[in-house]
Design a protein around this ligand. Structure first.
Ligand code: C2E
Ligand code: MG
Ligand code: MG
Length: 820
């Protein structure tokens, strides 16, 4: 306990309990003493007077008979002696005896103390009179004795008695006071003082406690000490607890402060109006918050938030929903003084006093990536135009208020072939060139998107007039058809490309972008079917064509499932030996209403709708079955089966082919597989493995329609093929066109040099046959020998051909002389 406290509680003895108790006791004793002495004086005085009067009465009783005699005899002597006798009593001041009317004796004491002349004041009270009766006749009064009381003597007696009693009382009271003071001192004051002194020196926090004053275990002082110990114990506990709490709080506060100061994220506390209560260093750095000026409080609005209202609204939302989690967050753009941009994620949560605590982190990188991903998602990387998603997004909201426009779909004719033949880099360069010309041809209000590999969509604002539109589109088509100078790594390749265009008009042809795209695509497809290089406005009739195709799809499905497709066979002739050596299996569909449908129509359809795998298996099985039959009949020929690119490799695994051969007990060389260059253009390694697998099993692989692709020659070197089939388009024009003839000649020579056979397709006349034989072409097929025929007609056809050829070509190497 410190000295200040002990000084403040120092007790001077005159303020102490002892002094106060003594003063109280002395005061009470004085009052009691005065009251008691007054009472004693009064009582003793009365008593002494009464006793004096009684004694005087008794005195008269003793002298009464003597006085009666003296009065009866009028003996003055006797009377005088009696008076003298009476005066000997100290309480009698005067005695008088009367007989008859006269006095016969009387005497009086001389000395009388001054101021005690009570008879003057109270003559009746101080005189005792006794009538005297005749000794012979007690009813006859013969005299009287009078005694006057000596009150001075009586008072002296009273004073003496009272003084004594008072002195006795004073001594007793004095003793009582001393005893009480001693008791108080030893029993109360001393133990309290000792306790108090100990209490002053007590180290309560150090666990020290008050010792119980000796002999006071059961007294109030003992209880007081126990209570003090108990209270101090509790107090120390509370203090200890509070100290621990404060310590923890201090540690927590320090930790929080440390975290707050060093956090990488910005932290702030603000009210609902954005007035900042506190911010950390990271917050200031992240938000470019200007320095605090004077006493003015910093505000969120001091930083360059682009959407301050938005920021304040999430703060308010957080405060208004503080009963729930109250967490609200969003991304906000901040622009610094120098125009730097920064995206910050702000998350706020209420802290209870109408403020929020917020964290701020820099998400600029993520935001940029998101924005660029979003841009990429709607942009075509090659041309920089919008892609299909971008187009849909740009025209998602067209409605009554939208001005009329024309949606023009532009497609490059034969782009796939260019791509396949010359490679993707050339294809890409071409697309970039086309995009550049489109960009030049468009005005600001127009929109352009690339929606497919070689499909562009132009949205020409305000265009509705068909004539003007046609002129503009023709100009565009001419411009796009001008030669392109494609730069590859090694060389400049001049390329030309024609385009097909389909046009749909808003609002006439469709109410939304999907409808318009569908209409434009229909029109484009129609332009393509017309051979390309043209444009077509959408017309409702085109819709019917689509309907037709849809019906065709359904009917093809049903024809496949009910096995109504047939396989025809076209003979393949050994031109040198003049005999039939094989047959190409060609699919036929005889539609109940439309008649025969060309495989060029339904095979691509089957490919598109995923039926080609199933169909291919049927064709393979039928081809094997008939080959086996013909071999049994003595025709040692093979069948070649056309395989679509879509069947490779999963729809026609090697095992399936082997299984077909096993089923029909055919050797592997009884079946040849015809593939087109398209197979080689896709996934090269897969195609190569598939072809090698077949050849390893002993099957032959023919490259069909050779010459229609661009890089056929180089592909021939890469892929090991048994036979090339020269496309019929070259054979057809061979008679008239020298270049085609030269090309056919070159193909035959090159194939020979690579050790490959050649089948010329589409031999229709004798001249073509002669030319091909002259060029050294080994095999051929065509209408000149036979059209494709049903399987049941094949043997007859074979017999006919063999017979005719035997006649026509009697010896190997000889030129035929006659037409068949
Ligand atoms: P391709 O494989 O090139 O078949 C030869 C095509 O030329 C056949 O047409 C045939 O009838 C026709 N042709 C034969 N000789 C002559 C001729 O002298 N002059 C003319 N102008 N044409 C001749 P087709 O049967 O219409 O088949 C067309 C194409 O359909 C086939 O061309 C082939 O690519 C495909 N194809 C036919 N059957 C199947 C099949 O079972 N599977 C697959 N994947 N495609 C098939
Ligand atoms: Mg073929
Ligand atoms: Mg062919």
């Amino acid at each position: 306990m410190n000295s200040a406290t002990s000084n403040s509680t120092r007790v001077h003895w005159w303020h102490g309990i002892l002094a106060r108790s003594l003063m109280g006791v002395v005061g009470i004793a004085l009052l009691m003493g005065i009251a008691a002495s007054l009472l004693v004086g009064q009582v003793v005085g009365q008593h002494v007077q009464d006793r004096a009067l009684v004694r005087l009465g008794e005195l008269l009783d003793t002298v009464e008979s003597t006085v009666s005699v003296a009065c009866f005899t009028a003996d003055e002597q006797l009377a005088s002696e009696v008076v003298q006798g009476l005066l000997r009593n100290t309480e009698v001041r005067r005695a008088l005896i009367r007989a008859g009317d006269g006095e016969i004796a009387g005497a009086e004491r001389r000395q009388r103390p001054p101021g005690t002349d009570r008879q003057m004041n109270d003559p009746a009270g101080s005189m005792v009179k006794r009538p005297i009766y005749s000794p012979f006749n007690p009813s006859e009064k013969i005299g009287e004795v009078q005694l006057e009381v000596d009150w001075a003597a009586v008072d002296a007696q009273v004073r003496e008695s009272t003084g004594f009693a008072t002195a006795l009382l004073a001594v007793s009271l004095g003793l009582v006071i001393v005893a009480a003071a001693a008791m108080m001192l030893f029993l109360v004051v001393r133990p309290i003082k000792m306790t108090s002194d100990r209490l002053h020196r007590l180290d309560v926090v150090g666990g020290e406690r008050l010792a119980m004053p000796e002999g006071h275990e059961r007294t109030e002082i003992g209880r007081l000490s126990a209570d003090i110990n108990q209270i101090t114990g509790r107090l120390v506990e509370v203090l200890e607890h509070e100290r621990t709490l404060r310590h923890q709080q201090e540690i927590g506060q320090r930790k929080y402060q440390d975290l707050f100061d060093k956090a990488v994220s910005g932290i702030f506390v603000a009210d609902r109006d954005g007035v900042l209560d506190s911010v950390n260093r990271a917050f200031v750095e992240l938000t470019w918050l200007p320095e605090k000026r004077g006493d003015a409080r910093q505000k969120l609005s001091d930083a360059g938030w682009q959407d301050l209202e938005g920021l304040l609204s999430i703060i308010r939302a957080s405060l208004d929903h503080s009963d729930e989690s109250g967490v609200a967050e969003d991304d906000f753009l901040l622009v610094g003084n120098r125009g730097d941009e920064r995206w910050l994620r702000v998350a706020v949560m209420p802290v209870g006093d109408g403020s929020v605590q917020g964290t701020v982190s820099d998400v600029t990188q993520r935001k940029r990536e998101e924005l660029s991903a979003r841009r990429l998602a709607i942009t075509d990387a090659l041309t920089g135009f919008a892609n299909r998603v971008g187009l849909h997004r740009a025209f998602a909201d067209i409605g009554a208020a939208t001005a009329p426009f024309a949606l023009v779909m532009v497609d490059l004719d034969g782009f796939k072939r260019i791509n396949d033949a010359m490679g993707f880099p050339v294809g890409d360069e071409l697309l970039v060139g086309v995009a550049a010309r489109l960009r030049e041809a468009l005005v600001e209000t127009d929109f352009v998107a690339r929606v497919g590999s070689d499909e562009f969509v132009l949205v020409l604002a305000g265009e509705q007039d068909r004539k003007r539109l046609s002129e503009r589109i023709q100009r565009l088509a001419i411009r796009l058809a001008l030669p392109y100078d494609i730069k590859t790594n090694a060389e400049h390749i001049p390329l030309t490309v024609s385009i097909s265009i389909g046009i749909a008009l808003y609002p006439d042809d469709g109410a939304d972008i999907q409808d318009l795209l569908r209409c434009a695509e229909l029109a484009l497809n129609f332009a393509r079917t017309k051979g390309g290089k043209t444009y077509q406005f959408f017309e409702p009739a085109l819709q019917e064509a689509v309907e037709h195709r849809r019906r065709l799809e359904d009917e093809l499905r049903s024809a496949v499932s009910s096995r109504r497709l047939q396989v025809y066979f076209q003979p393949i002739i050994d031109l040198r030996q003049g005999k039939l050596v094989g047959a190409e299996a060609l699919l036929r569909w005889f539609h109940t209403r439309h008649g025969p449908v060309s495989p060029d129509v339904f095979v691509p359809l089957a490919e598109e709708i995923g039926l080609i795998g199933e169909i291919g298996l049927v064709v393979l099985d039928e081809a094997c079955r008939h080959a086996a039959l013909w071999r049994q009949k003595g025709y040692d020929i093979y069948v070649s089966v056309n395989i679509s690119v879509r069947q490779i490799p999963d729809d026609l695994p090697h095992e399936t082919v082997r299984e077909a051969l096993r089923r029909h007990k055919l050797p592997a060389d009884a079946v040849a597989i015809e593939i087109t260059e398209g197979v080689l253009m896709g996934n090269v390694s897969v195609a190569q493995a598939w072809i090698e697998g077949l050849r390893a099993d002993g099957l032959r692989v023919f490259l069909d329609d050779f010459g229609t692709g661009y890089s056929s020659l180089s592909y021939l070197k890469r892929f090991t093929m048994d036979t090339v089939k020269i496309d019929k388009s070259f054979i057809r024009d061979m008679n008239a066109d020298n270049s085609d003839r030269a090309l056919v000649d070159a193909i035959i020579t090159m194939a020979a040099s690579l050790g490959m056979h050649v089948v010329a397709e589409g031999i229709e006349d004798f001249q073509q046959l002669v030319l091909l034989r002259e060029m050294g072409c080994h095999y051929g097929q065509g209408y000149y020998f036979s059209r494709p025929v049903a399987a049941e007609d094949f043997t007859a056809t074979a017999m006919r051909i063999n017979a005719e050829l035997a006649e026509l070509c009697p010896s190997v190497g000889e030129s035929p002389a006659k037409t068949l």
